[in-house]
Structure formats: structure tokens, C-alpha cells
Design a protein around this ligand. Structure first.
Ligand SMILES: [Zn+2]
Length: 330
């Protein structure tokens, strides 16, 4: 017997989306019970708290985050930078120039609306509004289901991308921008993205290549352009390329080189100010070189827009997709 999750007006999603929620441990249906969601699978019996209208659907045995991390508090697990550092940084030019996100989101929004006039899109890592995401946020016909490992005003479920708590074939689109470097097993996360997408569902990803550690201990992996394509090997390519170019990568490298001399937070904040004022102009070279073959060897990061496919690109096929300038001799 299957038990359907009764719609709960307290939760932050539509009734039809609530019905797609599932147990992150065993993927069985959930039932609501007072202030928690419970797995209907007798052998699993996992329970998940609802805190400030937000269910915490974390697989407690697998995730780097524990359900107990969220209980008794409504703050975020990933803390914002100290106020003094943020205030200083906002006063000075940025050394990150994303030349593609806005155009890509516009394209993604059009494609997803062409698949379904009222599409449902899952945003993984939504507690910080993604660079260039406005075309998606301003389309009222798109239902956005924003998730993250932290609470947030727009976050409707706290979950971990390794175990997405939604049934198979739930979404018309999935957005994962600057997230896959922060997960322990990006291949598993992309498997999960593939699973929750409908047939022909679309993915938009941005993932860094030449970028130094950010978010401290929650930073694990980088991808070359081909490595990123391989990560999405079960998707048909619609578009891909560099999102922030070699100029941005150089500005980041310069800043982190200077930072490596200093330990104190005050000195490091001052070094960041100095580094940004003296190197922001390097990012402007990206306007000239972002689409050059050399960018496929040296960009700060890459994007991928793809469609869920049943076919997997073989590695032998993959190497023919190399678009950089390097020969394969030593
Ligand atoms: Zn379960």
C-alpha cells in the first residue's frame, strides 16, 4: 500500500511538488506527522524535522551534514564572511567576471518553457542568488524549487545533492551553479540530477577549473573542460564553454599568491583589497579571449547546458571533443 504525502500548507512548495518529495535514504514516499516527515518504508523508518517551514531531508548516515546540525537553530550551516571583510570587499572592484551566466540562463529559461509551459525547476545551492540568474527568477510561469544545505528565505527544503529527496522524473530542469566543486562526490550528485529530471529534462551547470579554494573545508574538486563534459556524460550537449575566462583565473591566482604570505584575518582582508584594486582590470581581457581555444585550457570555470539522455558518451568519443590548443605529446 502506498501512502501519499498529504499536502501541508505550512511547507513552502506547491501541493503537486510536495507530493514528489521522497525519503533521501531509500527514496520511498514520506508521510507527515506533527512536526516531522517520516519515511513510509517500514525497514527504513527515517524521520526528518521540519524547521521554520523547511523540511531537513538529509541522509544522516551519508552526508557531511548531520540532521542534528540543524536542530534547535534557524541559522545557516555555511556562515557568511565577517562583516568587516564583506563591507570592505563590497567597496572595491570584483575580480570575478562572469560573461556567460545571464545569456545562458535566458537560453535555459526559454528551452525549459519550450518543453513545458509551466515547468518545475530544481535549484541546488539556492541560498545565495546565482550570478546572472535574473531571467529565471523573473519568469512567473517557472516554478522554482530552491534547495541548499543551509536555511534561507527562499529555501523550501534543506537537502544534500548526493541524495536528492525527490522522486524520479520530477523536474523539467535542474540548475547547479558553482556547487559541484563543494560536494564530496560530484559524479553521484550528477547521477541524482539525471534521476530527478524528466525524460528530455534540462540541466544548467557552472563549475570551476582554475580557481583556488573557497568556502574553506567544503571544497573538493575541479574540472577541466573535458572533465566537466565527462561529468555530464549521460546528457546530450546543447551548449558549453568557458563562463569566466583566463583573465579572471589570473586575478584569482594573483590574489591567492599574495594571501599565502599572511595568516591574520585583518592582514588578509587588507591584502584582498590591495589585490583586487591592483588586478581587477585583468578580468576585462576575458571579453577578448573567453571564446578562444586557449580558454578551454585555462579558464576559471566552465558551463554546460544539456538534455537528459539515455545514451552515455564513451571516453573514446569524449576525447574528440577537446577544443583547446595543447598537443597531446609530452
Ligand atoms: Zn526511507
Amino acid at each position: 500500500m502506498t501512502v501519499e504525502l498529504q499536502a501541508n500548507p505550512q511547507l513552502k512548495f506547491t501541493e503537486s511538488t510536495q507530493k514528489l518529495l521522497c525519503c533521501p535514504v531509500c527514496k520511498s514516499q514520506l508521510k507527515i506527522s506533527s512536526s516531522q516527515l517520516e519515511c513510509t518504508n517500514y525497514q527504513c523508518q527515517a524521520a526528518f524535522p521540519i524547521i521554520n517551514k523547511t523540511p531537513v531531508l538529509i541522509n544522516d548516515n551519508q552526508s557531511v551534514f548531520a540532521i542534528s546540525d540543524y536542530q534547535g537553530q534557524d541559522s545557516t550551516i555555511l556562515k557568511a564572511k565577517p562583516k568587516i571583510e564583506r563591507a570592505l570587499i563590497n567597496l572595491i572592484p570584483s575580480i570575478t567576471l562572469n560573461l556567460k551566466a545571464k545569456k545562458n540562463y535566458k537560453k535555459f529559461a526559454e528551452l525549459v518553457k519550450a518543453q513545458n509551459p509551466n515547468p518545475r525547476v530544481l535549484i541546488i545551492g539556492g541560498s545565495i542568488v546565482g550570478e546572472g540568474m535574473e531571467p529565471l527568477l523573473s519568469a512567473p510561469e517557472i516554478e522554482l524549487v530552491e534547495t541548499d544545505v543551509s536555511f534561507g528565505e527562499k529555501i523550501s527544503v534543506v537537502c544534500d545533492a548526493h541524495d536528492i529527496p525527490f522522486a524520479d522524473n520530477s523536474f523539467d530542469g535542474v540548475v547547479v551553479q558553482a556547487v559541484l566543486e563543494h560536494v564530496a562526490d560530484p559524479y553521484r550528485c550528477v547521477e541524482e540530477i539525471h534521476r530527478v529530471l524528466k525524460a528530455d529534462g534540462l540541466v544548467y551547470a557552472e563549475t570551476p577549473f582554475i580557481a583556488q579554494v573557497h568556502l574553506g573545508k567544503y571544497d573538493f574538486t575541479r574540472f577541466t573542460h573535458l572533465g566537466h563534459r565527462r561529468l555530464f556524460r549521460k546528457f546530450e550537449e546543447i551548449d558549453n564553454g568557458a563562463v569566466c575566462g583566463p583573465g579572471t583565473a589570473l586575478a584569482w591566482s594573483y590574489q591567492y599568491f599574495l594571501l599565502s604570505f599572511f595568516k591574520s584575518s585583518v592582514a588578509r582582508a587588507l591584502v584582498k583589497v590591495f589585490a583586487r584594486i591592483t588586478s581587477f582590470w585583468l578580468t576585462y581581457f576575458d571579453y577578448l579571449i573567453i571564446d578562444n581555444p586557449g580558454s578551454f585550457d585555462a579558464a576559471l570555470g566552465y558551463y554546460f547546458i544539456g538534455k537528459k539522455s539515455e545514451k552515455t558518451i564513451a571516453d573514446r568519443e569524449l576525447i574528440n571533443l577537446y577544443r583547446g590548443t595543447q598537443s597531446s605529446s609530452f
